[in-house]
Design a protein around this ligand. Structure first.
Ligand SMILES: Nc1nc2c(c(=O)[nH]1)N[C@H]1C(S)=C(S)[C@@H](COP(=O)(O)OP(=O)(O)OC[C@H]3O[C@@H](n4cnc5c(=O)[nH]c(N)nc54)[C@H](O)[C@@H]3O)O[C@H]1N2
Ligand SMILES: Nc1nc2c(c(=O)[nH]1)N[C@H]1C(S)=C(S)[C@@H](COP(=O)(O)OP(=O)(O)OC[C@H]3O[C@@H](n4cnc5c(=O)[nH]c(N)nc54)[C@H](O)[C@@H]3O)O[C@H]1N2
Ligand code: SF4
Ligand SMILES: [Mo]
Length: 689
C-alpha cells in the first residue's frame, strides 16, 4: 500500500486490451484517485492511454458500485436482494458447494472467469480452487481462440516480432483490427514510422473505422473473405516474381503443391469474393511485395468468423513468401500469450499439478448450451448445478444470449457472481459479491500486445465492503478444505514467489521500475533460428489436428473456406458487431461519459440498401434471424459494403427497445478447429418499423 498523496503512482491497466498500458495514477490530496496517464518512460505505452481509462475515477467512485454482499430475496432475475455479511455469504457458498458436490459430483460445479480483469492472479487465480477441488475446468475461448488457432497452425507459438519495431517499418498492414478504438498504442508506433520514414499504413477491414480513416490505403472487404484476399496477394507475389525463394526453402515447408494451388487463386477470383477491384488487390500486393520492411499487425476481428482460423493462417503466410521476417521493422505480430515467454511459475500459481486430466473441460463460449443441458457441450457429464463467476458478464457478452439467460436463470442453478456492478449476469445470481477495482488490489499483467510484464500495486483502500477475487478464492478454499501451498499465501507473497521461481525481478523491484521488458533477442523474435514448430519451419500445410479437434473442417492448404454463415435470399445481410471506442467489452457501459459518447445501440446501413428499404437515419429497424431479433436505430453510412450491417458496442439488454441484447443474434456453435465465438459472422434480415 502506498500512502503518499498528490503523487503519481505506477500501475497497469487491468482491462482486456492488448495495450496493457503502464499507467501513472494520481492520488489527489483528498486520497482519491484523480486523472490517469500513460507512463512516459515505458517505450510501448509512451505516455498514451485511451480516454476511458484516463477518466477511470468515474468508474471507481460510481454511485452504483456494489459495496456489500447480497443475497437474492425475490424470484431469480427479479433484482431483489438483501445485504448480508461476507461471512454469511462465504459460509453459504461453501455449504451449497459441498452439498452439490456430494449429490452431483464435483464436476457439477463450474468456476468461470473472463476478462474483466486480466491480472494473472485476480483473473486466473480462481483456477487454484477449481483444480484442487476437481471442479469442472474451463477452456477460455471467448476472445482469442480462432485467431490463436490460425497463428499456431503456421507460426507455432503466440509470439512474434517486437511491435515497437513498427517504428522502423516502411509499410504497416493492420489486418482486421481497429487500434484507434481498441489498442490505441499501436498508433503511436505507426505514427512514428510515418513521420520519420514516410511509411505507408494499410488497413483491411469491413467498414470505415476510426483506424481506416487514418489509413493511406483502406481495403474494405466483405466480411469473412480475408483468406481470399490473402491468397490473391500471394498469387500476385508469385506471378510478378516478388518471392524470396531462398527464404521459403530454408524456413518453411513450402513446396510445388502449395505454389500450384496459389496460382489458381487469382485476383479476379478474389475480387468477386471480397468485393474489391482487381486493381486494389494487385496494387496492395505490389506494395507489400516491394517493401522488405513490411510489418503485418494482425487484429482479432477478421478471425471472429467460422472460417476465421483459416483466414489467420492464410494472412500469416504473407511475410513468409516475401521473407519480410528477416528484416528489422519487417515480419508480423499478433499477440504474446505464451507461458514460457512470460516466465512466471504458473504451475505453482494455479496449482496446475493438482489437475485431474479426467475432469472435463467446458467451453467458456458455450455457456448457454452448457447451462441448458446440451449433452455435447457438457461433454456427456453431469449438469452444471453451481457456478462462481468472476470478471464475467456472460449475459451480455457471450454468443446465443437467449440460451445464456435461460441457463443463468435456472431455478436449480446456484449462481454466485463476483462483480463491481449489478450487471445483467449478476442480476441472475443467488449471491452477489462486491469486487475491488485494480487500484484497490495488487496484481501482475501480461502485455499481450507487447513485451512488458507490468505490476499494479494496491493504491487505495477498497471502496465499501468490496474484496478482491483472490480473497474469495482463499476464503472458500479454507471453508471447503482445499489445501495447496498457493492457497496459503497472501497475494503479495504469492506474486513474489512466482516471480522468484521464474527467475524474474522481485515485487519490490517491480514496484520501483513498474515493469520488466521480456522482449526476445532479434533472431528469436524474427524466427531466424527457426519457427517454433516441431520441424522448425513455418507451415503452409498445417497439421490442424495438432491445433484442435474439429480439424476436418480446415483447408489442408492456405485457402478461403466457404464454411461460414453466408448471406442468403432470406437473410441478405452480414452483421458485424465490433467493439465501441468508449466501452471495453461490456465495461464502461455503466459510466455516464461512456454512454453519452456512444449515444445508444445503432445499426449502420449503406445508402443503397436504405433507398431500397426506405430507411433513413434515425428510423427504427428490426434485424433478426432464427435466433431472435433486436430493434435498433438506423444510421445511414456508406463506410461498408452494401450488404454489411455494423452494430458497435456490447450494450446491455436494457439499452435496447425490446430489452434484447445484440448477441441474441449470434450463434453459439464453436469456431473450428478449437472453438471460439463467431461474433462478426451472422446472416440477418432487416425490416423497417
Ligand atoms: N457482440 C460482441 N460480443 C463480444 C465481442 C464483440 O466484439 N462483439 N467481443 C468478445 C470478446 S473479445 C471478449 S474478450 C468478451 C469479454 O467479455 P467479458 O470478459 O465478460 O467482459 P468485460 O466487460 O470485459 O468484463 C466483465 C466484467 O468483469 C467485471 N470486473 C472487472 N474487474 C473485475 C475484478 O477485478 N473482479 C471481478 N470480480 N469482476 C471484475 C466488470 O465489472 C465486467 O462487468 O466479450 C466478447 N463478446
Ligand atoms: N474501446 C475498446 N477497446 C477494446 C475493446 C472494446 O470493447 N472497446 N475490446 C478489447 C478486446 S477484449 C479485444 S479482444 C480487442 C479486440 O480488438 P480488435 O482486433 O480491434 O477488435 P475486433 O472485435 O476483433 O474487431 C476489429 C475489427 O475487425 C473488423 N472485422 C470484422 N469482421 C471482419 C472481417 O471479416 N474481415 C476484416 N478484415 N475485418 C473484420 C471489425 O470491423 C473491426 O473494425 O480490443 C480490446 N480493446
Ligand atoms: S483500455 Fe487499453 S488503451 Fe486503454 S488504458 Fe487500458 S490498455 Fe491502455
Ligand atoms: Mo477479447
Amino acid at each position: 500500500m502506498q500512502d503518499a498523496l498528490n503523487v503519481r503512482h505506477k500501475s497497469a491497466c487491468p482491462h482486456d486490451c492488448p495495450s496493457t498500458c503502464s499507467l501513472e495514477v494520481r492520488i489527489d490530496a483528498d486520497g482519491r484517485v484523480g486523472r490517469i496517464n500513460g507512463a512516459k518512460d515505458n517505450d510501448y505505452t509512451a505516455g498514451v492511454v485511451c480516454a476511458k481509462v484516463a477518466r477511470y475515477a468515474e468508474r471507481i467512485y460510481h454511485p452504483d458500485r456494489l459495496s456489500t454482499p447480497l443475497k437474492r430475496s425475490g424470484p431469480k432475475g427479479s433484482g431483489q436482494f438483501e445485504s448480508i455479511t461476507w461471512d454469511q455469504a462465504l459460509d453459504e457458498i461453501a455449504g451449497r458447494f459441498k452439498t452439490i458436490a456430494e449429490r452431483h459430483g464435483p464436476q457439477s460445479i463450474w468456476p468461470y472467469h473472463s476478462g474483466g480483469t486480466m491480472g494473472v492472479l485476480q483473473r486466473y487465480g480462481l483456477d487454484r480452487l477449481r483444480n484442487v477441488m476437481g471442479y469442472s475446468r474451463q477452456q477460455s475461448t471467448i476472445c482469442v481462440t480462432p485467431a490463436e488457432s490460425g497463428w499456431l497452425a503456421g507460426v507455432g507459438k503466440l509470439i512474434g516480432c517486437d511491435p515497437r519495431e513498427m517504428a522502423q517499418s516502411d509499410l504497416i498492414v493492420m489486418w482486421g483490427g481497429n487500434p484507434v478504438s481498441t489498442q490505441v498504442n499501436i498508433m503511436t508506433h505507426v505514427t512514428k514510422a510515418r513521420k520519420t520514414r514516410g511509411a505507408k499504413f494499410v488497413v483491411v477491414d469491413v467498414y470505415r473505422t476510426p483506424t481506416v480513416e487514418q489509413a493511406d490505403v483502406a481495403l474494405i472487404i466483405n466480411p469473412g473473405t480475408d483468406a481470399a484476399l490473402a491468397l490473391a496477394v500471394m498469387n500476385v507475389l508469385f506471378s510478378e516474381g516478388m518471392v524470396d525463394r531462398a527464404y521459403l526453402e530454408k524456413y518453411t515447408d513450402f513446396d510445388a503443391e502449395v505454389e500450384q494451388h496459389i496460382m489458381t487463386r487469382t485476383p479476379e477470383w478474389a475480387a468477386e469474393i471480397t468485393g474489391l477491384t482487381v486493381d486494389e488487390i494487385v496494387s496492395f500486393a505490389r506494395l507489400f511485395g516491394t517493401t522488405p520492411k513490411s510489418f503485418l499487425r494482425a487484429g482479432f476481428g477478421f478471425t471472429r468468423t467460422r472460417n476465421g482460423a483459416g483466414a489467420m493462417h492464410a494472412v500469416s503466410c504473407l511475410p513468409a513468401i516475401t521473407g519480410a521476417w528477416q528484416h528489422e521493422g519487417g515480419g508480423a505480430f499478433f499477440l504474446t500469450f505464451d507461458n514460457k515467454f512470460w516466465g512466471l511459475d504458473t504451475n505453482f500459481l494455479y496449482a496446475l499439478e493438482t489437475i485431474d486430466p479426467d475432469v472435463r473441460v467446458l467451453d467458456q463460449s458455450r455457456i448457454g448450451a452448457v447451462l441448458c443441458g446440451d449433452a455435447n457441450a457438457l461433454k456427456n457429464g453431469p449438469p452444471v448445478m453451481a457456478m462462481l463467476m468472476q470478471n464475467a458478464n456472460s449475459a451480455t457478452v457471450a454468443p446465443d444470449t437467449s440460451a445464456v439467460l435461460k441457463g443463468l436463470s435456472r431455478d436449480d442453478l446456484f449462481l454466485v457472481v463476483h462483480e463491481q456492478f449489478m450487471t445483467p449476469t449478476a442480476s441472475c445470481a443467488d449471491i452477489v459479491l462486491p469486487a475491488t477495482t485494480f487500484v484497490e488490489h495488487e496484481d501482475l499483467y501480461y502485455g499481450l500486445g507487447h513485451t512488458h510484464l507490468t505490476y499494479g500495486p494496491k493504491l487505495i483502500e477498497p471502496i465499501g465492503d468490496t474484496r478482491p477475487n483472490s480473497f474469495v478464492v482463499r476464503e472458500l478454499a479454507k471453508r471447503l478444505g482445499a489445501a495447496h501451498p498457493c492457497l496459503a499465501l497472501e497475494d503479495h507473497e504469492l506474486l513474489d514467489t512466482v516471480l522468484a521461481r521464474g527467475d524474474l525481478p522481485s515485487l519490490a523491484e517491480l514496484a520501483e521500475t513498474g515493469w520488466v521488458d521480456r522482449a526476445l533477442p532479434f533472431e528469436q523474435a524474427h524466427f531466424l533460428e527457426g519457427f517454433p514448430q516441431p520441424d522448425g519451419r513455418f507451415h503452409f500445410k498445417p497439421d490442424w489436428s495438432r491445433v484442435g479437434p474439429d480439424h476436418a473442417r480446415m483447408p489442408r492448404l492456405p485457402d478461403w473456406s466457404t464454411d461460414f454463415e453466408r448471406a442468403s435470399k432470406t437473410h441478405p445481410f452480414k452483421l458485424v458487431c465490433p467493439p465501441a471506442r468508449n466501452f471495453l467489452n461490456s465495461s464502461f457501459s455503466e459510466t455516464p461519459t461512456g454512454i453519452a459518447k456512444e449515444g445508444g445501440p445503432r445499426v449502420r446501413v449503406h445508402s443503397d440498401v436504405a433507398q431500397d428499404h426506405g430507411v433513413a437515419t434515425g428510423m427504427r429497424v428490426r434485424i433478426g434471424n432464427e435466433r431472435g431479433s433486436v430493434v435498433l436505430t438506423a444510421e445511414i453510412d456508406d463506410g461498408q459494403k452494401s450488404n454489411t450491417l455494423i452494430v458497435e458496442g456490447i450494450w446491455p439488454a436494457e439499452a435496447f427497445e425490446e430489452k434484447q441484447a445484440i448477441n441474441t443474434l449470434i450463434g453459439g456453435d464453436p469456431v473450428p478447429p478449437n472453438g471460439g465465438a463467431a461474433f462478426h459472422d451472422t446472416a440477418v434480415w432487416m425490416k423497417v418499423l
